[in-house]
Design a protein around this ligand. Structure first.
Ligand code: IMP
Length: 432
């Protein structure tokens, strides 16, 4: 049986906690897209673990973790995380727990440098995406340009690999002074022998692995990164990530799609909204309609610890937006919702006992809109039309106010709220 877990907003929904809960019964947890732009914070026994690349399921001793071919893999980050997990006593030998697809593309130093150069040169323009600066976009770009380097390429003879590396570096040469490019080439080549040695025991034919898991009836959990609203096709383009974050992507980025025929797709959503990087969202607490919103947003950011797990950037805060959530349910292929972090709002005095949820927008011409628009420029011009809900005392289905919010979400999106997260600790989640 396969389960696919997706972010149903703009990332940072609390997926790590749901993955951790579900992977207690999983044999295999699979990442199928993105790279170390993700950041899953997990609290186990009062200790915080942040993982960027290795699936969160690693914290369960029985679970094996696969990094599929749809992922762009920075080997330096992988080995750093492996060392940290070993030191924390999570495992002794990574070969028993971590597998890497031979077809996954590598994030090499030149691609990280290009991401950073583009980010700093576009700052202040509409072309500024506010990426995590980890080389994710350039790695997917190189893959589409057919100049990417894959894990399996490391095991070609030196001449063949050097030829491929030359092609990659030449393609981005215009970004660098010749001396800088030479330094990057040398630095990359110096890293290669370590990558070859350390990745070899982890490398697998992931299709064979998944076929075997399917044929032997294993539980496989596909762990999405980022969120549906950051999907390259269905998100708020161009302010999106460079991979596909919807359920069908799991059949491409970890290629044994037959295993997904009867899968269950869970979309994780916070009770409120956050976003990092550029790009508008209609319900952002910007204070243009209500000056108090800025203060409310600040309190939520503080109470919810809403700072990027990867970059530390403060996350932008907004009210719940059911038009966006329904869009995510539809394009993401989501069957059930996991509703997270309702507990964060309980003590926030600035809310004055009321929580707002957008259920439509008004255009500048006064028209009512209840579908999420395709044009990113439109988003800041839409006025959200809100329904108000009494604030709950406990983020729990037994609390009447929280139950009212849950049933509105279910009615609007057409899918049930199956999980409720009510605190950061591992146990603070319930399945209905
Ligand atoms: P990139 O994925 O680093 O290229 O960044 C593209 C956009 O996606 C930026 O707005 C990032 O802030 C956003 N993004 C990427 N990964 C995450 C994530 O895990 N959580 C939230 N936003 C993300």
């Amino acid at each position: 049986m396969a389960t696919i877990l997706l972010g149903a907003q703009w990332g940072d929904e609390g997926k790590g906690k749901v993955v951790d809960h579900l992977s207690a019964s999983a044999d295999l947890v699979v990442r199928f897209q993105g790279g170390n732009n993700a950041g899953h914070s997990l609290w186990v026994g009062g200790k915080k673990t942040v993982l960027h690349l290795i699936p969160s399921g690693i914290l369960h001793p029985r679970t094996r973790c696969l990094i599929g071919e749809g992922v762009v893999l920075d080997p330096q980050v992988l080995f750093h995380e492996i060392a940290g997990l070993k030191q924390a006593g999570v495992f002794r030998d990574e070969r028993e727990r971590i597998l890497v697809s031979e077809r996954a593309h590598l994030i090499l130093p030149v691609l990280k440098e290009v991401d950073l150069i583009r980010e700093s040169s576009s700052r202040g323009t509409s072309g500024h995406i506010g990426t995590t600066g980890r080389g994710i976009g350039p790695a997917y770009e190189a893959k589409a340009r057919r100049i990417g380097i894959r894990v399996i390429d490391l095991y070609s003879d030196d001449t063949t690999l050097l030829g491929k590396l030359d092609r990659l570096h030449e393609a981005y040469a215009h970004h660098f002074e010749p001396a800088t490019l030479s330094e990057i080439r040398e630095r990359t080549w110096a890293l290669i022998s370590g990558f070859r040695r350390d990745l070899a025991p982890l490398m697998v034919d992931s299709t064979a692995l998944l076929k075997q898991a399917h044929d032997s009836g294993q539980e496989v959990l596909f762990e999405g990164a980022q969120g549906v609203m950051l999907d390259l096709d269905h998100g708020t383009y161009p302010y999106v990530t460079s991979s596909f974050t919807t359920a069908p992507s799991a059949g491409i980025g970890a290629a044994y799609p037959k295993i997904l025929r009867s899968s269950r797709v869970i979309g994780v959503a916070k009770v409120y909204l956050t976003r990092v990087g550029s790009g508008d969202f209609p319900t952002e607490m910007r204070g243009d309609h209500d000056p108090d919103e800025v203060r409310i947003g600040e309190s939520i950011r503080k109470a919810g610890g809403e700072f990027g797990a990867t970059t530390g950037r403060p996350r932008r805060i907004g009210w719940q937006d059911l038009v966006a959530l329904r869009h995510a349910v539809e394009v993401g292929g989501i069957d059930e919702i996991a509703l997270m972090k309702g507990d964060v709002l309980c003590g926030i005095e600035e809310l004055q006992g009321v929580f707002k949820v957008a259920t439509a927008y008004e255009t500048p011409d006064g028209l009512r809109m209840d579908r999420f628009p395709a044009r990113a420029e439109e988003l800041s011009r839409l006025k959200p039309l809100y329904e108000t809900f009494p604030l709950w005392k406990h983020a729990h289905p037994d609390d009447p106010a929280f139950a009212t919010l849950m049933s509105r979400i279910e009615h609007f999106t057409g899918v049930p709220v199956r999980f409720v997260g009510f605190g950061p600790e591992r146990e603070q989640i319930l399945e209905r």
